[in-house]
Design a binder for this molecule. Sequence first.
Ligand code: COA
Ligand code: AMP
Length: 630
Amino acid sequence: MSYQHRYEASLGDPSAYWAEQAEAIDWFRPPTQMAGQTDYGTFHWYADGELNISYLALDKQVAEGRGDQVALYYDSPVTRTQQAITFASLLDQVALFAGALRRKGVAQGDRVVIYMPMIPEAAVAMLACARIGAVHSVVFGGFAANELAIRIDDAEPKVILTASCGIEFDKTLAYKPLVDKALALAAHQPEFTVVYQRPQLQAELQAGRDIDWQVFQQGAKPAAAVVVKGSDPLYILYTSGTTGQPKGIVRDTGGYAVALKFALQHVYGMNPGDVWWGASDIGWVVGHSFIVYGPLMGGCSSIFYEGKPVRTPDAGAFWRVISEYRVNSMFCAPTAYRAIRKEDPQGELARAYDLSSLRWIFVAGEKLDSSTCQWLSDLLQVPVLDHWWQTESGWPMTAPMMGWPEPSEARSGSTNKPIPGYDIRILDDEGHELPDGQTGNICIKLPLPPGFAWGIWNNNERFRQSYLTTFPGFYHTGDGGYKDADGYIYITGRTDDVINVAGHRLSTGEMEEVVSSHPMVAECAVIGVEDAIKGQIPLALVVLKVDVDIAASELETQLVQRVREQVGAVACFRHAVLVARLPKTRSGKILRAVLRKMATSQAYAMPSTIDDATILPEIEDALKQAGFID
Ligand code: COA
Ligand code: AMP
């Protein structure tokens, strides 16, 4: 059956299509309801089905005879550790930790915040929560205490799971003091925290609140997987929006399980027994979907990598991992390959390894530039496949279907064709559909397929406002782009105040709040400028208050420090440029869209609402002088 036939079937009768896909997973009780709609306009799938995703990822794999197969290859060049954890062993660890959580009163629906580095215990923690129906919320380790506190106050966890430290290249970063600081800032306090003590650093434990990971598990009884409903939340994952308050994307269990099973097999072309590598971090959606749940549910061995593409110890790190574990396919953000190419432009290091196990490479998270794509495919001699998705979708929205007999070929600059279930349309600002080749807002015609977020924690109205109201009847992705005559999608970039720094999604609004809180700053705009390795990096355009006197370099140092402390190192905020004024509309709104275009050297039209057009050349000069545009 052709792509077109299957795709059309998915849009023509979504319920029938997804009822068939749902048969691919083992339900405790199969669903009788397919799609339902929430009162704020999103979709939920398989609401009355009964399942447990931890059971599907572990117990079912063992029952099918994969007990001795490796579930997770933990590879940590930063600690010189390698571990092969079988499905049987992972099941034991997860069941024990789940039992320990339950013994301390953690029950179905309770939230658990996980703030951990890329160590297998983090996967154990996630799967243990899922096992007992607790809702986990993993917070990426590169976020500062203040960001962690915001998420703690929103998710109101009963428990926080953490580790003594993370390791970035050769730096040991203490995590526990960040948790302590976050708890000092947060209004909500968990009942207890559990701390995994790594040999590199022992964290101080606060009596009465902090429990050592090993002690916590001692004498616990392994817990069986509980029955959860298809519509029960599995996790909350915070992502950047346009304001300082991150959005707690809520994922259900049933739709997500079906979508991941579908994607692993049909999109990524992975079969049980294959080795898959999601080279990301559990703090991001990729980590949830395609380091932990997806590959394990699909019976694959998943690489759990604690390192970087470069300097751990060299730019051959990825090639070593591929060859050592016979990786069949992997996912990574293009920034990693740009970093490798910078250090090893001729790809000499790759030649030292046997990479013959590799079938193809998937990339996403930010724009794949054609030069990096070409370099990578020349070097590896396998298809390099760009595909597109976001935290909200939870799984790919456009991609080649590598598990199907004739997958759509990659096309330069495109993230390929829509996946079944995604009716992608390009709309102008008034909501009219645009002809092929014209750039507009990338939207998805409702209904949304299984696995897609169905809410924002504590604030479903915000979901409606953010995604469903601009274009009634459509989900607004926040990305701009176009379609070609053959239905291939091309992403041109975000149309809002979200930027992608080294594949990490960040809010410029959040950074603006921090910069504006500096006592000498009158106002500011943070925009994304191009960076050769990270794709984008943030830049603040700052207007000082009258009568303040500070050297530009001193102000920059102070602002950099502030953003580091309040948002986190991951923001990569390093530049602030002083300007006399910011361009605004007559009603006083900063013209961010124009600034965004200017900073990325794109043509822009003079907005009719601009208050003083002479400000634009001033800004352009400031950006040129600072070396951000030519
Ligand atoms: N815990 C604590 N700190 C972290 C962290 C974590 N999990 N991840 C990143 N940081 C810190 C880094 O140490 C760095 O701090 P510094 O300013 O003190 O040096 C800062 O955040 C920025 O990190 P990053 O943007 O990752 O830069 P880098 O120079 O450390 O590495 C790359 C650059 C390209 C090698 C790296 O970004 C990479 O491998 N990216 C792959 C993309 C990816 O995984 N994307 C995920 C979404 S798909
Ligand atoms: P995140 O929610 O962190 O996964 O980030 C999602 C955003 O990353 C999308 O909305 C896009 O802006 C961007 N993105 C993801 N994949 C791609 C891609 N293949 N090409 C260009 N941008 C992408």
